[in-house]
Write a protein that binds this ligand. Structure first.
Ligand SMILES: N[C@@H](CCC(=O)N[C@@H](CS)C(=O)NCC(=O)O)C(=O)O
Length: 186
C-alpha cells in the first residue's frame, strides 16, 4: 500500500499544477497567447500609461528598457528600425506586430483583448474619452515636467531617480551611479 504521505503529496502537487494551469488560462484568456513586450522607460509617462492599461486589462507583459531617439543605438538590434518616430513606448504583440504611440496602442489593445474594455462603447462617450485623453497626453506632461524640474528639491529627487533607473543593474558601480544626477534638460 502506498504510504499516506505519498498520496497526499501527489494530491497536493496535482492540485498545484491545476492551479497554475488555471492561472495561465485566466491570464491568457483575453484573446492572444503570450505576454506583450513593452519597450520604454520608468520615467516616461507614455510608457507608464501603456503599462497601466495592460495592468487594468490583466494582460501579462514584459518590460524592456529602451531609450527614445535611438540614443542607445540599439533600435536596429532589437528589430525596431522600422518604428518612426523613435519615441517610446514601443509595444510588441505576440504575433510580432510592433507599434508605438500610446493612444493607438490602447485602441489596439481593446481590439485584440476584448475583456475589460478601456474605451466606452457609446460613441459620444468614446469621443469625450478620446478628447480627454488627447488633452492629458498633450498637457498633463507639462504639469509633470513642472513637478519634476521646477523646484530644487524636485530636481534633486527626479535627477537621482532617473539616473539610478537608467544605470543600476547595467554594470555601473554604485558609487559611480551615485555621482550622476540628471538635469532638467534630460
Ligand atoms: N504620442 C506619443 C508620445 C510618446 C513620447 O513623446 N514619448 C517620449 C518619452 S515619454 C519620447 O520618446 N520622447 C523622445 C522624443 O520626443 O524624441 C505617445 O502617446 O506614445
Amino acid at each position: 500500500m502506498r504510504p499516506r504521505i505519498m498520496t497526499e503529496m501527489r494530491y497536493t502537487s496535482s492540485l498545484f499544477v491545476r492551479c497554475i494551469k488555471e492561472m495561465e488560462v485566466r491570464s491568457f484568456s483575453s484573446g492572444e497567447h503570450g505576454p506583450v513586450t513593452v519597450y520604454g522607460q520608468i520615467g516616461s509617462p507614455y510608457t507608464r500609461k501603456v503599462e497601466a492599461a495592460l495592468r487594468y486589462k490583466q494582460i501579462p507583459f514584459i518590460k524592456k528598457d529602451l531609450m527614445p531617439g535611438n540614443v542607445g543605438g540599439d533600435w536596429e538590434d532589437r528589430g525596431l528600425s522600422k518604428i518612426v518616430p523613435k519615441v517610446i513606448p514601443v509595444v510588441k504583440f505576440n504575433d510580432g506586430t510592433l507599434m508605438n504611440d500610446s493612444t493607438k496602442i490602447l485602441q489596439d489593445l481593446d481590439r485584440r483583448y476584448t475583456d475589460r474594455p478601456i474605451l466606452p462603447k457609446d460613441k459620444g462617450e468614446r469621443f469625450l474619452s478620446l478628447l480627454l485623453e488627447d488633452m492629458f497626453d498633450e498637457w498633463g506632461t507639462k504639469i509633470m515636467f513642472g513637478m519634476r524640474w521646477l523646484d530644487k528639491i524636485d530636481q534633486d529627487w527626479s535627477g537621482t531617480w532617473l539616473a539610478l533607473d537608467s544605470m543600476l543593474g547595467k554594470g555601473v558601480k554604485l558609487d559611480q551611479v551615485n555621482k550622476v544626477r540628471f538635469g532638467p534638460g534630460q
